[in-house]
Structures are given as C-alpha cells and as structure tokens.
Design a protein around this ligand. Structure first.
Ligand code: ZN
Length: 91
C-alpha cells in the first residue's frame, strides 16, 4: 500500500486540522540489561537450546505502526494500526 508522506489531519493538541508528517516507528533492539533478555540468555546458554518451539509461518500481513507529527506544534500522535503487507511512504 502507498501512503502520502504528509497529510492534513486532526491534531489533538492544537484541536484543529493541520499538516502532519507521517513517520514509521521502528522498534529498538532488545536491551541486554532487561530481565526478559537476561532470562532468555540464561535459558538458551549451555545444553538444550531454545526454550519453546521455534515460531514457524507467521502472519501474512503486519500491522502498521505510524506516527503523525504536527507541523504547527511539533507534537506527534498515533492512530490505530491497520494490516497491510507492505507500506510505502511517498510524496
Ligand atoms: Zn498540533
């Protein structure tokens, strides 16, 4: 799916419609200091590898994670994600 890079939509901070910049949100790599990651390293170390069956297949589409940044106030808000196989920002 193709999506424009800038759209005019409602800004909840300005309480009016303004031009918004569309950004994709990337997730950060897991921190090695977090409890879940330490647990994972402990469990997978030594004999016996992965603690649960390896995930196979997966969903055919992924939900989008977009952030809309207002050009007037500079604040960002997000919307409900929708499913699409590929998202292209253009314009
Ligand atoms: Zn705004």
């Amino acid at each position: 799916m193709k999506m424009p890079r800038r759209i005019r939509t409602y800004c909840p901070y300005c309480n009016e419609h303004n031009e918004h910049e569309v950004e994709k949100v990337r997730n950060n790599p897991p921190s090695e200091m977090k409890w879940g990651q330490r647990q994972f390293r402990r469990v997978t170390s030594g004999y016996r590898g992965y603690p649960r069956p390896l995930p196979t297949g997966g969903k055919p589409t992924q939900k989008t994670d977009l952030r809309f940044r207002c050009n007037e106030c500079g604040k960002a808000h997000s919307r409900k994600g929708f499913r699409t196989s590929r998202l292209e920002l253009e314009g």
